[in-house]
Design a protein. Structure first.
Length: 457
């Protein structure tokens, strides 16, 4: 009888422990909010000074501080850690600001991030420089990239699209005004198409001209035809479309030049060197060119195709070099992008400031994307597992890099978004011959029991 009572008494705690273990695996956000957050805060408050001392983030107190401690108390004078700010819990972790002590820099704290992670029992610790002398610690309680949920609040301004989630639980925003052109690399089934899908649907809700070149017969971009102003589905059509885009760029430069005919007394706000300084009623709509499988534009088999290839590459390089001021931006996607593609490949790649590298098949492909701007990120991109499609390493010319993952978006939902925003497509007469044909949807009679066929990914 006593044994049964003992088992009954232990049954409650064991059930709680088992439920917590299950929630940690199946519902990490719920586990963090109920169990992980209180435990981590308790560890942080109890061990803050000792942890900072063990990480080498303390300094000897000033002479006046030491004298004051000796005069008012009999305690031993200890090294001084960075002053801690208010702990702000979030749905994925917590944030805390530190005021660095004299002689420290943000790199000192960043070098100890792994030690802080283990000391406080969190998944990761990220350090962000806020202002001189102040850094922000962003503690992430669980792997937010395992099941992506975009933040509810995200800035969505013109030509800014929150397209993925960073490993520090913040949104990765594709900002064309800051990073005009981007290269997206990835092997088959790495999530490259999902990234492009989220980007197109994000821009579809803005008054932006969307142009596509998809030499796989349009299988990637054709579902978005209702929102595209132009679409080329093979190299021959691309060879006709690119000169039109170059001419559009030149016309925009002529418009800017006309505005720069500065007369005496012209207000300073009317003097501009790009389209964003033009009056809103005169400003042409920004244009984003999506190129899927860029290698198809470089591959040739005959002398005639080689001449066509050289012309297209030259036009792409001109768009990459001069398009930003005219409001023309490039989004180039492919599996590989190296010198083996032919003349002009490396020159074009050098103009693509942003880099996104999904899972690749070899280290050389990762070096093509990140080796020239963030060498430390090459190994991180090579370590991406095949069972995590959409996971990528993003870098820029500043040398910084981070891991991101794109949320899942079905092709049917993306196509529906493009159909719903088709009226937002700006009118560009020069692109009218290249506007894709969009068949009308069949009318379904009221009360019909017919259902749409499921989309297979």
């Amino acid at each position: 009888m006593t044994d049964l009572v003992t088992l009954a008494e232990l049954g409650g705690p064991l059930a709680v422990i088992g439920g917590a273990a299950y929630a940690r695996h199946a519902y990490p956000a719920v586990y963090w909010s109920t169990v992980g957050l209180p435990l981590s805060v308790a560890r942080l408050l109890a061990s803050y000074s000792s942890t900072m001392d063990a990480c080498g983030l303390t300094v000897e107190p000033s002479r006046w501080r030491a004298l004051a401690v000796r005069a008012t108390t009999r305690r031993e004078v200890r090294p001084v850690p960075p002053r801690r700010g208010i702990i702000r819990p979030t749905s994925t972790g917590l944030r805390m600001r530190l005021r660095l002590v004299p002689g420290q820099e943000p790199a000192d704290v960043a070098a100890s991030a792994e030690r802080l992670r283990h000391a406080w029992g969190v998944h990761a610790v990220h350090v962000r420089d806020v202002k001189p002398g102040v850094v922000e610690l962003r503690l992430v309680g669980f792997d937010v990239l395992q099941k992506v949920r975009m933040p509810r609040r995200s800035d969505s301004r013109p030509l800014q699209v929150p397209v993925a989630l960073r490993e520090d639980a913040t949104a990765f925003v594709r900002d064309y005004r800051t990073v005009p052109h981007e290269l997206v690399l990835g092997a088959t089934l790495s999530g490259k198409s999902m990234y492009l899908r989220n980007l197109v649907t994000g821009l579809a809700a803005q008054p932006v001209v969307l142009v596509g070149i998809d030499c796989k017969r349009g299988v990637e971009l054709a579902p978005f035809a209702s929102r595209l102003s132009a679409l080329a589905t093979d190299p021959d059509q691309a060879a006709e479309l690119l000169p039109v885009l170059v001419k559009e760029m030149e016309d925009r430069y002529d418009l800017i030049k006309t505005r720069q005919g500065i007369a005496p007394g012209t207000a300073e706000e009317l003097i501009t060197s790009d389209i964003w300084g033009l009056p809103e009623d005169e400003r042409p709509a920004p244009l984003v060119l999506f190129i899927d499988e860029v290698a198809e534009l470089f591959m040739v088999a005959t002398r005639k195709e080689e001449e066509r290839r050289d012309e297209m590459v030259t036009q792409l390089i001109r768009l990459a070099q001069l398009g930003r001021a005219a409001g023309i931006y490039l989004e180039v996607c492919g599996q590989r992008f190296g010198a083996e593609l032919g003349k002009g490949a490396t020159m074009l790649r050098a103009q693509l400031t942003g880099r996104v590298c999904h899972r690749v098949n070899d280290e050389a492909s990762a070096k093509m994307a990140l080796g020239d701007i963030a060498p430390e990120a090459v190994q991180a991109s090579c370590a991406i597992a095949p069972e995590l499609p959409g996971l990528a390493v993003v870098g820029d010319t500043s040398g910084g890099w981070s891991r991101i993952r794109t949320p899942y978006l079905s092709l049917a939902d993306a196509a529906a978004t493009c159909r719903a925003t088709a009226h937002l497509a700006p009118d560009v007469p020069a692109l009218s011959p290249f506007r894709p044909y969009v068949p009308s949807l069949p009318d379904v009679a009221p009360g019909s029991m017919a259902t749409a066929r499921p989309v297979t990914e």
